[in-house]
Each structure stands twice: as structure tokens, then as C-alpha cells.
Ligand binder design. Sequence first.
Ligand code: ATP
Ligand code: MG
Length: 562
Amino acid sequence: MTQAATSVDFVRGIVADDNRTGKFGGRVITRFPPEPNGYLHIGHAKSVCLNFGLAAEFGGVCNLRFDDTNPSKEEVEFVRSIQEDVHWLGFDWGRNLFYASDYFEQLFGYAVQLIEKGKAYVCDLTPEEVREYRGNLTEPGRESPFRNRSIEENLDLFRRMRAGEFDEGARTLRAKIDMASPNLNLRDPVLYRILNETHHRTGDDWPIYPMYDFAHGQSDSIENVTHSVCTLEFEDHRPLYDWFLDELEIHHAQQIEFARLNITHTVLSKRRLSQLVDEGHVNGWDDPRLPTISGLRRRGYTPEAIRDFCDRIGVAKRDNTVGIALLEHTLRDDLNKRSPRVMGVLDPLKVVIENYPEGQSEEIVSVNNPEDMSMGERRIPFSRTVYIEKDDFREEPPPKFYRLSPGREIRLKDAYYITCTGVVKDEATGEVIELRCTYDPETAGGTSSDGRKVRGTSHWVSADHAVDAEVRIYDHLFLTEDPDNVPDGGDFIDNLNPESLVVLKSCKLEQGLDKAKPGERFQFLRQGYFCVDPDSTPEAPVFNRTVALRDTWSRMDQARRS
Ligand code: ATP
Ligand code: MG
């Protein structure tokens, strides 16, 4: 299925056709063009996988180009993080790292060329007036009173704009196309504006900056990009890009638009993500609840799972929204294969095995991954006092509850059968704080010699050998499928899930897990997939739950509604 999705999507079809007809002499050059104004998210990963994937499959190259034409928002931190994330996803631009700001001089030259052809003019309308003159979908625009300045005057004014002689916003350079065009992008769009901002690479060299639309197509052209793959919202800009390239008579990339990725229960817009970070709703861009690449990495996602997800969703021409369950399902598929199994008790209840000698301990053998025997086995200490999950005991068991209760026998995974013989309660609260049990020495390894069966198996950790740890349990960041869908006067922030992060401070983990390194991944039996957080130290281990073993969300959703 994955293979088919990759081979038949329409973008790959177009590139294959172009190769067949020799349109670009068989060359394939793509690019991934992020604006460095935020961290990459999983939507960007779709574009990264597509652009780098095309280059790899067709023997071409993919450039990483920072679209840094907007000086006020761009930051060096974002440039660094974007490179780190693309590399982590498994792609390499080699020597093809570019910045649109490297082309400022050349773009300025292109603008001068358009003025010399009578195709661009300096306009003194204010930004508000420009907007007002533009008209709308039902009304044609009006021509600017400055539209018919002479070429000489335009050249002189534009050079003086460049020299910094005018105030911010006082003048713009505009293309002279058609104020009556049904496509609003063609109604004399602004090409350059005056901005007194320091740029992260060109400093204060430029008092004027090109608009994104004037930079993007020409940057593709300068880099000899053959296939300029972008999201659907740029379809209406394509005629403008074509107009620039035709008027300038320069290399023309084939623009191809595809549907952007949307995922339920999260937001994929840098503006929204910045707001979540800036207002402190999450703990930074790499908060494991965010759909940013750095957040997913910290959460325990693998690059393989993200690439597989991008493969499974495919590339189409129509917008749609993918259920977050598919992303998590893909992740489980990958983690299942690679994660060693260990035992961790998240909400511990003490169990004293009265007939097990005090001071004694032994080693239980357990396989590391029943799905992959080559991952071997390990030895786990067992002793008189163990912890089990509070949830695995009920004083009065409801129907279909097969785990421990007074008088009942269950299996401690890979160890022994135990029977509950007594319950110790907190005198003040009545809460069960300890169980008294006996074990059957004839059930070593968790199987009985007389063929006696038990219905429940619990995971456990030996109290004397347990590692104390903090475990962070994550849930969807938003309660609703489409967080942006809010009643009038509301905000997507209103849809945040107040329980998206639950911190468990007194977890008891299997011996040795204090030595696991940040990023290491495990399956905690019955609890899900976990990884070590960068905050973790051997003295104070911290684990993130990457994902639960099964999708419990739909059930919880129903419970919430009823
Ligand atoms: P945002 O809407 O989050 O601000 P953007 O499109 O402005 O994102 P860019 O930095 O310009 O962000 O994006 C770089 C590339 O990634 C572009 O080619 C863009 O089309 C692509 N991209 C961004 N978001 C998505 C998405 N959700 N799905 C697929 N591709 C995306
Ligand atoms: Mg953009």
C-alpha cells in the first residue's frame, strides 16, 4: 500500500512525464523553502518528504532555501532548528543551502529591469489606499494616480528608496499589470516596500525589502529549480509568478500545488503554534504535546514513523483532514518493532509476600521483545515486597475484573502466582495502602506445574530494586477535532485540553532504567511506549509516555459526551 501511494501520486506523475518529454533535459531540482519564523511542524514534514523524496527518486537534488524576505520576524534560532529537524527527518541538502536574502541584489536588478520595460512604477499611495484601490472579487480596482510616471522618474525614485531617502511606508514599487483582472494578485501587486528593520543576515544594508511573491518564483529561477512544489493556496499566485518570469525572460520552474496536511485535535499553523508558545500554554517549541518536529522528537516519535505516516497519507490535490489516530497508529507500528519491553508501575500499590523469605531475592528471566527474539532476554530481581498497579486490585471486584482481589490468585508476569490474603488500610481515609499475599513456589516462571490456570497477569517491580521516576503522560492538546472551529467570540485557546499533561511523580520502574539515556525508548508492559526525556538524570529519571498501547481516545470522547 505504501509503495503504491508513493509511486502513483500526481506530483510524481508530472515529474515522470516531464522527464519523458525532456522538458528540463531530464533534470530534477526541487526545494524546501521554509520561512524562518517558527519551528517546523508535521505539515512541513509532508513537504520535506515530498521534495527530498522526489529528488532522491529521480536522481536529482533538493535545495534547502530559507525564504527570509521578511526581516521583522525571522530569527537565527529558527534557522538552526529547521536545519536540525530536516536532518533528523533523514534528509540532506548537501551543499545546497540557500537564503532568499542572498538574492536581494539580483532581485533589485530584476525590479529595475521591470521599471525599464515600463512594467513597474513607484507608487505614493499609503498601504490603506493601496488596499482600497484594489477593489474586491465583485468590483474591479482603480488605477493608482502614480501609475503613469515616466520610466526615468520611476528609476530615480526607486534608487532613492534603495538609498534610504524615504520614510517607512511612504512609497512602494508596484508591478503594472491589470487593475481589472479577476485575479486580485494581478492588480498591480506591491513588489517592494520600505522597512526600517534589521535583517538577520543582511543587517541594515537594505531599507527596502521584496515581497514574498516577488522573491519566491525568482529564487526558484535563480536556483534552476525544475519543479516548484507548494501548497494549494499558491495556485492563485501562479499567474503572477508566470508574469514575472515571462517579463524577465528567465528560467521557469514548473509550479505544482498539492493539499496541505491538516490533523485533528491539533493546529498546524505557525501563527497558532507561536501563540501557544509565547503565551505559555505549552513549555516551548519542543513541548511533547505540540505537532512540531522537535516536540514529536522529544515525545519519542521516530523519523521512520513520521516518514511512514507521510507515505501513508499520500499527496493529493484536494484539502482534507487526517485523524490523529492514524499518526499514532503508524507510530505504534514502528515502536512495536524496536522497543524493548520493561515493567514500570505508574501508580504503585505495595504487595508483601508473606511466605517469601525476608532478605532473599532471585532473578526472573524475561524476554525483551516477544515480537523479535533476537533482542534477547534480561534478568529482573524479585523479592518479598513488590509493587503492582493500584488499578490491578479491587477489594470488591466488578464482573469481568480478573485481576487481584481478596482470596483471588493471579500471575505476576514471568515470576509466580500470588494469592491475596489480606488488605491493609489507612486508618484515617480507608484507602488500601498495602496488600498481604502468599506465593506458590511451584509456579516459577509464571506457570503452574499442576496445570492450574489464572485469568489475570499483572506487571510488577521489586520494591528494593525499584527505580523511582517521574512519568509524564500526554493526551491530545485540544479537546475537539477542529480546534479552530469555535463559537462566535471564542478562540482556539478555549479548546485546549486541560489534561493534556499529567505528571506522575512516584512511579516505580524496573532496575536499570535509571541508566537509560535521553531519547531511549521502551515499551512499559500494558502501559504504552515511553522514552527518556532530556530533563532526565540518573538521580531523577524522567520518562515521557509517547503513546498508549491502544487508542483509548474514542472511548474517552464518548464518555465525555455522555
Ligand atoms: P504556516 O501556515 O504554518 O505559517 P507556511 O506555509 O507559511 O506555514 P513556510 O515556512 O512558508 O510555512 O512553509 C515551508 C513549506 O512547507 C512551504 O512549501 C509550505 O507549502 C509547506 N507547508 C507548510 N505547512 C504545510 C502543511 N500543513 N502541509 C504541507 N505542507 C506545508
Ligand atoms: Mg509561507
